[in-house]
Design a binder for this molecule. Structure first.
Ligand SMILES: *[C@@H]1O[C@H](CO)[C@@H](O)[C@H](O)[C@H]1NC(C)=O
Ligand SMILES: *[C@@H]1O[C@H](CO)[C@@H](O)[C@H](O)[C@H]1NC(C)=O
Ligand SMILES: *[C@@H]1O[C@H](CO)[C@@H](O)[C@H](O)[C@H]1NC(C)=O
Ligand SMILES: *[C@@H]1O[C@H](CO)[C@@H](O)[C@H](O)[C@H]1NC(C)=O
Ligand SMILES: *[C@@H]1O[C@H](CO)[C@@H](O)[C@H](O)[C@H]1NC(C)=O
Length: 253
């Protein structure tokens, strides 16, 4: 599959380098291109080298006083923040140009199924849980900023990220190693829990700081299209090497 995508992306960049707008084989539907698609394509002309699957601990994310989370009963499960393509040097491939809407992905029966799975696993935590547009707006931004640089078409991009989350199943790895919400653990407990499940895993953690207590917000896992992998780790880890807390309640910082 990788070879196929590589080839596809290389073909794409080749045709675009010569500024031939069509009929070029776009890797996502033509209607998602901005109207001014004669301009250079939004992402660098190379396919991603690897990806970061960014998981959020909802109660940690919502402990940030600058964030308003209207949902009650936030789940004690990691959710997805994004699946970010990066280059060989581990820099994220970002697109800053407008792209078309993706709400068509969530129409019809298959679309409704995708919506439900997305809402459960990749919710917009700052949106009311039943506010459909709030979630879709979040996914649309993630798609526009990162997804479009993945060399996947949108449905496959979201489906692949969901499958990775399912396969890697970090929440389960934490539980299986006795890491429970509400308690502070030494960093190496997290490392052991994750490496026991996936020995080759590279990951980074992001924390908030509540007067010295490190509150876990994110666990970022390096992946290819199918698995967690080992990679260079340029993305900053700011949780320190001592205690990290998986909060069981919102603890404002
Ligand atoms: C992804 O990583 C896994 C684990 O290292 C490896 O077995 C697999 O071949 C890789 N897939 C691709 C497409 O590179
Ligand atoms: C999440 O939903 C809220 C409420 O609908 C919205 O204001 C916000 O822009 C959404 N977040 C993103 C990143 O789209
Ligand atoms: C992770 O594993 C647990 C326990 O086996 C399961 O209940 C949960 O649904 C899994 N999560 C995902 C995202 O598949
Ligand atoms: C808290 O939220 C603000 C606003 O979204 C953000 O800029 C900041 O980085 C967040 N803090 C942490 C520690 O993530
Ligand atoms: C922060 O911790 C220090 C030392 O434990 C304590 O004296 C101080 O009152 C704390 N500040 C806040 C705002 O909780």
């Amino acid at each position: 599959m990788m070879t196929y995508f590589l080839l596809f992306c290389l073909l794409l960049s080749h045709t675009e380098a010569k500024s031939i707008p069509h009929p070029s084989p776009h890797h996502f539907p033509l209607d998602l291109w901005p109207k001014d698609s004669l301009l250079p394509r939004p992402c660098p002309p190379l396919p991603p080298d690897h990806f970061w699957l960014v998981h959020t601990w909802p109660k940690g994310f919502c402990s940030n006083s600058s964030v308003h989370c209207p949902q009650r009963n936030l789940q004690d499960e990691l959710t997805i923040h994004g699946w970010w393509p990066v280059d060989r040097k581990d820099s994220t491939l970002n697109n800053y140009r407008r792209v078309g809407p993706i709400n068509y992905l969530f129409t019809g029966e298959a679309g409704e199924e995708l919506y439900t799975e997305m809402k459960n696993n990749w919710p917009n935590l700052t949106s009311p849980i039943e506010y459909r547009y709030g979630h879709i707006a979040f996914w649309e931004k993630e798609w526009a900023r990162h997804g479009i640089c993945s060399c996947f078409e949108p449905r496959l991009y979201f489906g692949t990220a969901l499958a990775l989350k399912r396969n890697i199943n970090i929440s389960q790895a934490l539980r299986a190693n006795g890491i429970k919400p509400g308690i502070e653990y030494l960093r190496r407990r997290f490392v052991t829990a994750l490496r026991r499940k996936i020995p080759r895993l590279s990951f980074a953690m992001r924390c908030g700081d509540k007067n010295g207590t490190k509150i876990l917000i994110e666990i970022r896992v390096c992946t290819n299209e199918t698995d967690a992998i080992s990679c260079s780790r340029r993305l900053n880890d700011n949780c320190g090497s001592c205690y990290i807390k998986l909060v069981s309640e919102i603890e404002p910082f």
